[in-house]
Design a protein around this ligand. Structure first.
Ligand code: 13P
Length: 224
């Protein structure tokens, strides 16, 4: 992702389609349940297209998506925007290169979020795409500004955070990449949880982690 934000979807129509497709994929992949979670993308003019609050993903259509500005005000849309719009806005404001934000409720990652345990960097692809260990935030109640403030506080050099007692947040150049990070932290959480049941776990050597952090930074600045 470049620092001027040109990784964001190129057109309003394209951004809407990518957000809707990722929302349906998030449910299909079991990364959330019911109407939980939310997805957004940054538009070329700086506004944000975001999923509506409490609409079934199976029934959601392009017309249900809402455009908001960076103050959280609705620009267009008949629905109310996601109740976590402040989390999304906090990520876009803190990380100008980010083109999409996904909040999900995946089971294994949320187990770590409830235990207030970071997901350690044990797997190569996890470090390459997440930037290293993914940290748990301080607790803040769903829908409050604190959720976003606490998330960006632990996301420097990372593409995700575990929201304490709640779920996950992931960022990427576009909704597909943010969904990939969401699925990867869930898969990694499941692997680490299972490995811990087998015995002591072994994290990646620090030197390797630093090399992967370099690849992570390169990929983030140069999304493919
Ligand atoms: P919305 O349906 O308002 O997006 O909220 C879902 C959610 O996951 C709240 O944390």
């Amino acid at each position: 992702m470049s620092s001027n934000g040109d990784s964001a979807p190129r057109s309003v129509e394209n951004a809407h389609a990518l957000v809707l497709a990722a929302a349906k994929d998030m449910l299909r992949k079991g990364l959330t349940e019911g109407t939980a979670g939310n997805i957004s993308a940054r538009l070329p003019n700086g506004n944000i297209v975001i999923t509506p609050s409490s609409v079934d993903y199976d029934l959601m259509t392009l017309d249900d998506l809402v455009i908001i500005d960076l103050d959280g005000k609705t620009v267009t849309g008949d629905r109310g925007p996601s109740s976590e719009k402040a989390l999304h806005i906090a990520c876009y404001k803190a990380f100008p290169d980010v083109g999409s934000v996904i909040h999900a409720h995946p089971v294994f990652a949320t187990m770590f979020a409830v235990a207030h345990q970071n997901i350690p960097a044990c797997i190569d692809e996890f470090s390459i795409y997440c930037g290293g260990e993914v940290a748990v935030t301080d607790y803040a109640m769903s829908g409050t500004d604190g959720v976003g403030d606490n998330a960006v506080a632990v996301m420097n050099g990372r593409s995700a955070a575990l929201l304490a007692n709640h779920g996950t947040v992931a960022v990427g150049a576009n909704p597909g990449k943010a969904l990939h990070v969401t699925a990867l932290i869930e898969r990694s959480a499941q692997i680490v949880w299972g490995a811990k049941a087998l015995g002591p776990i072994h994290e990646l050597p620090e030197k390797v982690n630093q090399q992967f952090a370099g690849i992570y930074s390169y990929l983030r600045q140069n999304p493919m």
